[in-house]
Design a binder for this molecule. Structure first.
Ligand code: FES
Length: 116
């Protein structure tokens, strides 16, 4: 399958241990996170619990703590750490020459019916 990558920003535009939101034509925003080891992950900006804005959470290791009720969501698969359960959609990310790219097709189609 042909992937169409779209440049979003530079890695350094995302605060370390923080996130940046990416608006889409349709659907809830996507949160892109930067870890202390400069890995970048992308999840729908909605906690699987009650829809908290994960982009406002604190990143630690490869997880983010939801600002509402402190569930920890794994950045690599979007799933809550036990004993909590549930997953939020994740998005493919590529980092190339210091730039962060997301899959344009996924941005257009994935989880667009989640309430914004
Ligand atoms: S909404 Fe995220 S922990 Fe409750």
């Amino acid at each position: 399958m042909n992937q169409e990558w779209t440049v979003i920003c530079r890695v350094e535009d995302i605060p370390k241990l923080g996130a940046r939101r990416v608006a889409r034509e349709q659907g809830a925003e996507v949160a892109i996170f930067r870890t202390s080891d400069d890995r970048v992950f992308a999840l729908l900006d909605r906690c699987p619990h009650k829809g908290g804005p994960l982009s406002q959470g604190i990143v630690s290791g490869h997880g983010v703590a939801c600002p509402l009720h402190n569930w920890t969501i794994a950045l690599d698969d979007g799933c809550a750490r036990a004993p909590d359960a549930g997953c939020t959609p994740r998005f493919a990310v590529r980092v190339e020459g210091g730039q962060v790219l997301l899959d344009a097709q996924e941005l257009r189609t994935q989880a667009v019916d989640a309430v914004a």
